[in-house]
Design a protein around this ligand. Structure first.
Ligand SMILES: [Zn+2]
Length: 78
């Protein structure tokens, strides 16, 4: 599928690598659907633990702890 415009701002996308695209506003889009996992951790006061992204895209924004599952990786219930 050819990716031409970012879905939120409708600006044209430029391909930057095999699966990555970016618009003039620095919105990134990755055309590589992969399995991922994230967790929601609440403390006794019902406050949510969040992490702050250290890398792009969206460096410095808050996020839930998690990440992509590596190819041939396995999900395990602990
Ligand atoms: Zn954009």
């Amino acid at each position: 599928m050819k990716i031409q415009y970012y879905i939120e701002c409708s600006k044209p996308l430029t391909k930057t690598s095999g699966t990555a695209y970016v618009c003039a506003d620095n919105h990134y889009y990755y055309n590589n659907p992969r399995a991922a996992a994230a967790v929601v951790i609440l403390n006794e006061s019902n406050k949510i633990l969040v992490s702050k992204r250290a890398i792009e895209p969206r460096k410095g924004t808050y996020d839930l702890p998690g990440g992509f599952i590596e190819p041939n990786g396995q999900l395990k219930m602990l």
